[in-house]
Design a protein around this ligand. Sequence first.
Ligand code: PLP
Length: 390
Amino acid sequence: MIMGNIKELDKQYIAGTYSRFPIVITHGKGSLLYDEDGKEYIDLGSGIAVNSFGACDDEWKAAVTEQLRKIQHTSNLYYTEPCVKVAEMLSKMSGMKKAFFCNSGAEANEGAIKAARRYAEKKKGANYYNIITLENSFHGRTLTTLAATGQPVFHEHFGPLTPGFVNMPVNDIETLLVTVSEKKTAAIMIECVQGEGGVNPLDRDFVNEIAKICKEKDILLIVDEVQTGLCRSGEYFAYQSYGITPDIVTVAKGLGGGLPIGAVLLGEKVQDVLEPGEHGSTFGGNLISCAGAISVLSRMDENLLADVKKKSEYIKNRLEEAEGVEFVGGLGLMLGIKTKKPAKDVVSKAMENGVLCLTAKDKVRLLPALNIPQDLLEKAMDVLIDACKE
Ligand SMILES: *Cc1c(COP(=O)(O)O)cnc(C)c1O
């Protein structure tokens, strides 16, 4: 037990990169979390879309504990069963062929970028290295994924970033055509719904045009599903609701149900592009994380998707009629609410009254556990609707 005030010790010993909410979370169960004073909260953030089935879910806990009793980690020098199982399950859900395992979203995107450059080099030559990304996107915090991220505010003070990224406006087909014709392009990388950028779904026409150009010109389509993936959008992957087939898909956040794991999913064209020694990760495919992922993926089926869609409709219907709400956007259980009051004020007020939400740019962002019970969701909406009032 740490002696003293946790908030003060945090300030003293932890790098000041986060502005935290003023509560100390000690434990949780499902969609309920508790702070150090014993106050109960309904959680509409699930650790930023990480705890897919909430806190300390029994099935997930049993699966992780069982693996913990066998062995925690082997390195990638040996074959292991959990790793293969996760890859097979992801392949069946996504239609992609092979997986590379890593530990986070940024790392998954790094892997995707490496695979894309390797493919373009083999097919077209080493000067085809450019990756087109979109304004307002978010792809991670490493120097390369920052370069991919289309938000200049994150770039400041850390240059030079990895070269070879071309940023362009969303939903602008004309600029897309010009950019592709001017730049020697290896890949186009998108989030179907820009999460950190404000929960903004891309236009269907724009996404279809990207998919078409990629196919025509043998440019790889990378879809970053780190936030949208794994049932969050109401489909297994958000690209499925757009009816496109990417070449590379990245996942992380919700995959381990709360344990760090990410994956690069490689489609037909690129399944064998990376050769022995060209990429790796010490922790990638860690057995505890994989056991968590198997538990999570084994519960992702049509019933869950139907339930996610139903709850999404319920939230939209309640909020769209609420005083102080301008509109609700997003897909599935990844929703952004434009409120008349500043989003931060709404989130603070809701927290005071026992409901935890997030923000994304100027929106209140909701990413509840995929299995949040309907009664808790109803209670949480009462509180949130009250918090939106001016
Ligand atoms: C969170 C996120 C990332 C970064 O994931 P980390 O695990 O924090 O590295 C990348 N892309 C998208 C779309 C994200 O939402």
